[in-house]
Design a protein around this ligand. Structure first.
Ligand code: THU
Length: 139
């Protein structure tokens, strides 16, 4: 582990994910998701899910957060907080785990939260073992 997250930092990240969730555009599923991605530079990139009438063009909150960060020049990340419904945990979908695998190592922290008190923390290695990553293609 490079950087251990403090409880206060985790709470702040969850609050920012909850703030991002307010912007969710989800007229089809009505399932609102918010994410907050923490870079190793200690900057936070929020994201919400943005749906589309074609359904297939929908993008998840996590990937919005990642793509915003990469567009800003960030390539190195410590953790992401994800909030979905208040009653259940919103685990990241397979496609988002693949995007995390592109930019993060197995120690990257994935915080799935109901609120600032109820959350679970996983490593990317736990949620996406034996993934296909960029190192396979680098020559
Ligand atoms: N969704 C996310 O934003 N993140 C996930 O990891 C799972 C699913 C969104 C996509 C869609 O807008 C809605 O939740 C229902 O699938």
């Amino acid at each position: 582990m490079e950087k251990e997250l403090k409880k206060e930092q985790i709470g702040q990240l969850i609050l920012q994910a909850m703030g991002a969730r307010k912007k969710a555009y989800a007229p089809y599923s009505h399932y609102h998701v918010g994410a907050a991605l923490l870079s190793t530079q200690d900057r936070v990139y929020p994201g919400c899910n943005i749906e589309n009438a074609s359904y297939g063009a929908t993008i998840c909150a996590e990937r919005v957060a990642f793509f915003r960060a990469v567009q800003e020049g960030e390539r190195s990340f410590t953790a992401i907080a994800i909030v979905g419904g208040e009653e259940d945990y919103a685990y990241p979908c397979g496609m988002c785990r693949q995007v995390m695998r592109e930019f993060c190592n197995e120690d990257f922290r994935i915080i799935v939260a109901k609120n600032t008190e109820e959350y679970q923390i996983f490593s990317l290695g736990e949620l996406f073992p034996h993934g296909f990553g960029p190192e396979k293609l680098v020559r």
